[in-house]
Write a protein that binds this ligand. Structure first.
Ligand code: PGA
Length: 256
């Protein structure tokens, strides 16, 4: 596990975008795993800027998103379909046919989940998976539980997750109680994983991800077993880690 710590969210976002851009430059038909939530927004802004500057081309890129709320219409402005269009896809030259997001409105949810994993596998697998992390250490919507979920599945959201996400809705009651998420196993199959965390409220989850017991009670802890994981943190999210375990970068220019 490589841990990179920046002084602030802006630098963290720029670095994450640089890593994703490098992946696309190296392999124009890359398969990207994408995430929603507030953390990746800065990364997407930087990617859009690089696209506008002609540095990256998304025309051959394929994407798979981690999750989607169950039974929230895709034109609802809180759906992750809406989020992705608004924060990334509407601003780049991605081929819409190459975009994959679980369909929370599917009539046959079991089939939707089964199919999602199949399409990922048939694409050759995810080259780089972008992740945020919940305060409860969830990745995607894999909430703390007694077993690691291997495959894409429907999940009942933790109350803590619904409360954390209520800030995007007008009330807690409006936050869906269920979602479809790629399983921990589906995420783990990605060739490279890039996890971003910003802010003090993520410090404990990051501590447990890095040093804790590997357990489905801390879903992100499974990443300790993955051979190619980069954590990009700001100083607040890294505040419980031991300095010796990471490199601190103050200036993005140092990594150019
Ligand atoms: P956040 O969510 O980026 O909005 O903090 C992350 C997550 O819940 O995975």
């Amino acid at each position: 596990m490589r841990i990179i710590v920046y002084q602030n969210y802006q630098l963290l976002s720029k670095k994450a975008a640089q890593i994703i851009a490098s992946q696309i430059i190296l392999k124009p038909n890359s398969i990207l795993g994408l995430a929603t939530g507030s953390t990746p927004i800065g990364t997407y802004k930087n990617l859009i800027k690089m696209y506008e500057e002609g540095l990256i081309d998304f025309s051959k890129v394929t994407t798979f998103n981690l999750d989607e709320y169950y039974q929230l219409p895709i034109d609802n402005n809180q759906s992750y379909h809406f989020f992705m269009n608004d924060n990334l896809f509407n601003h780049i030259n991605i081929n819409k046919e190459n975009i994959h997001i679980p369909n929370g409105m599917a009539k046959d949810i079991d089939n939707e989940c089964l199919n999602y994993d199949k399409i990922i596998d048939n694409s050759g697998g995810i080259d780089i998976q972008l992740l945020g992390i919940g305060n409860n250490a969830h990745i995607g919507f894999n909430e703390p539980t007694i077993n690691f979920n291997k495959k894409t599945h429907i999940v009942t959201l933790d109350e803590s997750t619904r409360k954390a996400n209520a800030r995007f809705f007008s009330s807690l009651e409006e936050v869906p109680t269920k979602a479809i998420t790629m399983g921990t196993g589906s995420i783990f199959k990605s060739k490279k994983i890039l996890l971003l965390a910003s802010g003090k409220n993520k410090a404990k989850a990051i501590y447990n991800t890095v040093y804790g017991e590997v357990t489905p009670e801390v879903p992100s802890s499974i990443l300790q077993f993955h051979q190619d994981v980069i954590l990009i943190l700001d100083t607040e999210a890294a505040s419980l880690l031991k300095d010796k375990d990471y490199e601190v970068l103050n200036e993005i220019s140092k990594v150019r």
